[in-house]
Design a protein around this ligand. Structure first.
Ligand SMILES: Nc1ncnc2c1ncn2[C@@H]1O[C@H](COP(=O)(O)OP(=O)(O)OP(=O)(O)O)[C@@H](O)[C@H]1O
Ligand SMILES: [Mg+2]
Length: 498
């Protein structure tokens, strides 16, 4: 069993799934009671069988008795009600404590009982697996249809967060619909309930956004003064958003735009992704990067469907949705729609514009496009809270980047730090990548003092990758040369990307 940090004082790891155990015991009592009650009443009146509804309140009461338990954590995190809780315990019980349901197996020749509590019988394993309908009849005999709709709705916290799925024991059951399905807790949440980590939002297979993490802290990100200044409003919002959201009743709330969208624009490797992840980490937000290749589709409607999954899942989850290469999605909508392709991208664009308006979270659009104000759709630009430009690092930033790139037992030869930062037009990413190779070579060859020749050897590869000529170029060089050095030869020709 893994320990995690939510463990309150005085409660051991062993106790943490205690609430779950206690709830399963109560459920077991309910099952026995129902079966007994059933046969007694059946004998009394064969026509019309009425079964007693077990007391649902027990589950909530027990869960709240164990505030350190994983069950309670989940209850709090997803803001569950007592009906949700009982579904969860039921789904857990039939799979992990299936002996509770043995009485159904034994009484399976009782046609009335099995009609009211249908399920799958496995003769070989002597097992009874209750269907969703059995659950509804057991706990909500007066409102089965209503509760069916409630639990299967896309907005239900269990569906939204992938806590449960409806599966079929036999493929023939599918034709009877979800009432004949079995409720399964997804593997990740079973692990959590047993004392594991809380599942990340991207744990669902094929989910088009991935959690981005960084071992660095925001203090270690080296930015130009201009970038730092333009980041200020973003940082302020990160700092106060929790406070603001807790005051929805206040008159000022209506005056504040709470669905924030930022643009991070700048050349490759200048720290856009790094800034989003480290700032997120500092203010308790998870950064999810969208995998564009997974959402862009040649089929109409597929894009909206994939994006909807992302937005729904991240809604209200303290998340940043980081969209890389956003220019691919948000370029100008064409004014005269000529071909079918244009029509689809217009439709996708309109969808995105209105969806972002409703999104409870932060969206960051990252781009390498040089002037996004002329490149981006006007309607999109209106909705953007801030455009933050990540400039190419100048000598003073490069000096800091180079000196952060080294760690004992290695050190730079006297005087080369200044020379390196003055003479080479490189980004934080170039430096990190070159220094990784330098250090590997140093370890291999037992070198502790690093000289310029060794660094240049690995730096050349960085120039090759971005297609610029390796050579000395100071910040005072002519603009054309600087551009070639910083962005590569192709940038000079096309002029549109940084
Ligand atoms: N400003 C910076 N300060 C410190 N390290 C940096 C900086 N910029 C880049 N790095 C280093 O380079 C790596 C890659 O940077 P990052 O992914 O943030 O670049 P990016 O701007 O998102 O690039 P791209 O446009 O190619 O996605 C970082 O993980 C970090 O190691
Ligand atoms: Mg990036």
């Amino acid at each position: 069993m893994q320990t995690i940090n939510i463990q309150p004082e005085g409660i051991t790891t062993e106790d943490l799934s205690e609430a779950l155990k206690a709830c399963v015991d109560v459920l077991s009592m309910h099952i026995r009671y129902t079966i007994d009650q059933y046969s007694v009443e059946k004998e009394a009146n064969d026509q019309d069988v009425q079964f007693a509804t077990p007391d649902i309140d027990h589950f909530e009461a027990i869960t709240h008795q164990f505030p350190g338990s994983y069950l309670f954590q989940l209850d709090k995190k997803l803001n569950l009600n007592k009906d949700d809780l009982i579904l969860l315990i039921f789904a857990y019980a039939w799979e992990y404590k299936h002996e509770i349901f043995t009485p159904f197996f034994i009484s399976s020749d009782d046609i009335n009982l099995i009609n009211d509590f249908p399920g799958g019988l496995d003769q070989e394993k002597k097992r009874f697996t209750p269907f969703f309908r059995a659950f509804l009849n057991l706990y909500f005999p007066e409102a089965t249809e209503q509760m069916f709709l409630y639990f299967t709705s896309e907005d239900h916290p269990f569906i939204k967060n992938d806590v449960i799925s409806f599966e079929y024991l036999f493929s023939k059951d599918k034709i009877y619909g979800k009432m004949s399905s079995v409720i399964k807790i997804t593997e990740h949440f079973v692990v959590f309930l047993h004392g594991g980590k809380y599942p990340p939002l991207d744990s669902e297979i094929g989910f088009p956004a991935k959690l981005a993490t960084s071992s660095m802290e925001f203090d270690e990100v080296v930015l130009t003064n201009g970038t730092k200044e333009s980041l200020d409003p973003f940082i302020t919002w990160l700092r106060i958003q929790d406070k603001v959201k807790g005051q929805k009743e206040q008159p000022f709330y209506k005056k504040i735009k709470t669905n924030k969208m930022y643009v991070f624009a700048g050349p490759p490797g200048t720290g856009k992704t790094l800034t989003a992840t480290t700032l997120g980490k500092r203010y308790g937000l998870s950064t999810y990067t969208l995998d564009i290749s997974r959402v862009v589709s040649k089929y109409i409607g597929e894009f909206e469907k994939a994006m909807e999954r992302v937005f729904q899942k991240l809604d209200g989850q303290d998340a940043i949705l980081f969209i890389d290469e956003a220019d691919a999605l948000f370029t100008k909508r064409s004014e005269n729609i000529n071909d079918a392709k244009d029509k689809y991208s217009n439709q996708e664009m309109s969808y995105l514009l209105q969806r972002v308006e409703r999104f409870d979270g932060i969206v960051i659009l990252a781009t390498n496009v040089r002037d996004i104000r002329t490149h981006f759709d006007k309607a999109m630009l209106r909705r953007i809270s801030e455009i933050i430009e990540f400039g190419f690092p100048l000598q003073s930033e490069r000096l800091q980047l180079w000196s952060n790139a080294i760690t004992p037992p290695f050190n730079f030869k006297e005087g080369i730090l200044e020379k390196l930062s003055e003479e080479f037009q490189v980004t934080g990413a170039n430096i990190a990548s070159a220094m990784s190779n330098v250090i590997i070579e140093c370890i291999d060859k037992d070198i502790y003092e690093i000289d310029q020749t060794l660094i240049e050897k690995h730096l050349q590869k960085e120039y090759f990758k971005r297609d610029s000529k390796f050579g000395i170029c100071r910040d005072s060089a002519p603009a054309g040369l600087l551009m070639e050095q910083r962005l590569g030869r192709t940038a000079v020709h096309t002029g549109s990307r940084m």
